[in-house]
Design a protein around this ligand. Structure first.
Ligand SMILES: Nc1nc2c(ncn2[C@@H]2O[C@H](COP(=O)(O)OP(=O)(O)OP(=O)(O)O)[C@@H](O)[C@H]2O)c(=O)[nH]1
Ligand SMILES: [Mg+2]
Length: 141
C-alpha cells in the first residue's frame, strides 16, 4: 500500500515517515515529491502554495491513501474548507508533535474537520513514538 504524506512545512511528514518505517535518518527539508519505499513524501509548500495544488492532486492518484499531517502545537492549514475531499483517495488526519508544549488538540480537530478530513484522527509524536502503534494498526503497517 502506498501512502502519500501531505501537510504544512515543518509539520513532521518526513520525520513521521522515518518513524513509521523504523529509519533512523534525520529529516531534512523535502524539496520535491519523492518516493521512499511505500511512502510518497511531499514538500509542505505543495499544500501552502495554491499553484502546486494540482501537482498534489495528480500525484495522489499514485497513492492508496493520504496522510494529512498537522503539527499539534501549530495546527494551521491555509486551505479552502473541504479541500481534503478534492482527493480521489481517503485522507487520514494525523496530528503530530503531541510531545510539544503548547499542543492544542481541540484546534487541530476543528481544523481537520473544516478541511474535510473525517475522523478518526491520530494524535502522534514522530519524535517519541507516542500514538504510532495505533496509526500503524489502522494503516495495516
Ligand atoms: N518535538 C517534535 N519535533 C518533531 C516531531 N516530528 C518532527 N519534528 C521536528 O520538526 C522539524 C520538521 O520536521 P520534518 O519531518 O522535516 O517536517 P516536514 O513536514 O517533512 O517539512 P517539509 O519537508 O519542509 O515540508 C524537524 O526539526 C523535526 O525534528 C515530533 O513529533 N515532535
Ligand atoms: Mg519533509
Amino acid at each position: 500500500m502506498r501512502l502519500m504524506l501531505i501537510g504544512p512545512t515543518g509539520a513532521g511528514k518526513t520525520t513521521l515517515s522515518h518513524a513509521l518505517t523504523g529509519s533512523t535518518d534525520q529529516a531534512r527539508k523535502t524539496q520535491m515529491i519523492h518516493f521512499v519505499g511505500d511512502f510518497m513524501d511531499t514538500p509542505g509548500e505543495y499544500l501552502e502554495i495554491p499553484r502546486f495544488y494540482r501537482a498534489l492532486l495528480v500525484s495522489a492518484q499514485q497513492a492508496d491513501r493520504i496522510l494529512l499531517v498537522v503539527a499539534a502545537d501549530k495546527p494551521e492549514l491555509q486551505l479552502p474548507h473541504g479541500f481534503a475531499q478534492a482527493f480521489s483517495r481517503p485522507v487520514i488526519g494525523v496530528i503530530n508533535k503531541i510531545d510539544r508544549v503548547g499542543c492544542d488538540l481541540p484546534s487541530a480537530y476543528t481544523i481537520l474537520g473544516e478541511t474535510g478530513v473525517k475522523e478518526p484522527y491520530f494524535p502522534v509524536s514522530a519524535a517519541t513514538g507516542q500514538g504510532l502503534t495505533g496509526l500503524k494498526i489502522y494503516l495495516g503497517l
